[in-house]
Write a protein that binds this ligand. Sequence first.
Ligand SMILES: [Zn+2]
Ligand SMILES: [Zn+2]
Length: 352
Amino acid sequence: MYPAYSQTILEEPQTSYQNYIQQAKESPHWKQAEFDGFTLPAQGLSKPYCNKWISYGCDNIKQHPRNQHYAEHTLKTCKVSSCPLCFESWIGRQGNRSTKRLSKFLEKRRFSFRHIVLSPPPDQAVNLTYSGLKKWLQTALKVANIQTAMVIFHPFRFQDKKKSMPYLSPHFHLLVYGHVTNTTEFYNKTKWNIKNLGDLKTDKDIFTCTRYLLSHAGVKKGTHTVRYLGDISYRKLKVEKEGKIPHCPYCFLPLKIFSINFDSKHEPPPIDHVGLWNPNCFSPVDDIGNDTKIPFYEMNDDNESYSEELIYSFEELMHIKLNSNKICEHKYFYNQLKFKTSIRCRTIDSFC
Ligand SMILES: [Zn+2]
Ligand SMILES: [Zn+2]
């Protein structure tokens, strides 16, 4: 009855996704696009630590193979949609979150989510505020009998295939669960246009579609870019939170932040290193109060070496404050253990 995502439709968002990402970084027109406080992603300012490396690791070397240090170098992101350096990782995280929520809802259900576009009459829409449009959408959804849906607001459409020139044309994209109304009747009742873009058959389809929609969504500080209505709302559907503190795969202690010793006799690890390395190359970063600065790393222009910069970063400072106690407790607990072999049994060898 409704078209499934055919190969051509699936390929289209792929290529235009890349176009949007490129234009977000390059197009001067994207900067100017503004509607009721909404802008396009990546048009704000980055912070000094964005897209730089942090040396996370574990120096509990007694419980590591060959008494080596475990390092897990990680790219820092500010997680903000308006950041020109971090917006792609914002899209990825937000896309994962939405996919997780929608998949969880689908676990015991027969049908898929369907991607639709709801557009109010353009000449009226451009004169309204976001909250006016949102209220109007609510009425339209009632007429269409849509209850369970994910909503993303797009204030703009694009004039060119390259996606470099946005123009004001507010509309909503929805991933809807359930029956979608007859289009002509809906238009006659509401003057809104409804367009069916097909079913999203797999988790991957949901992710690809969400990622595509986020790449040129309207973003505004303090406003949710993605909204969930009905049975997938935050109130009705609880989804496990991601982002637990990473742990050492060898001894299971929470990871600490280290600074890399460039003056040691040993070669420092590659900037993107994950795994065991010589412990002489690392010094732990201790909490010396609120002035503690965090060592961040960035490739030099030669593309071979990298250098350190000390930057204040609240999130990492909190990580140090919260974890130093935990690590002490863990260590104390291990030292009290009579049968340490039980820990060794859990050691993972495949990382060696
Ligand atoms: Zn950033
Ligand atoms: Zn460890």
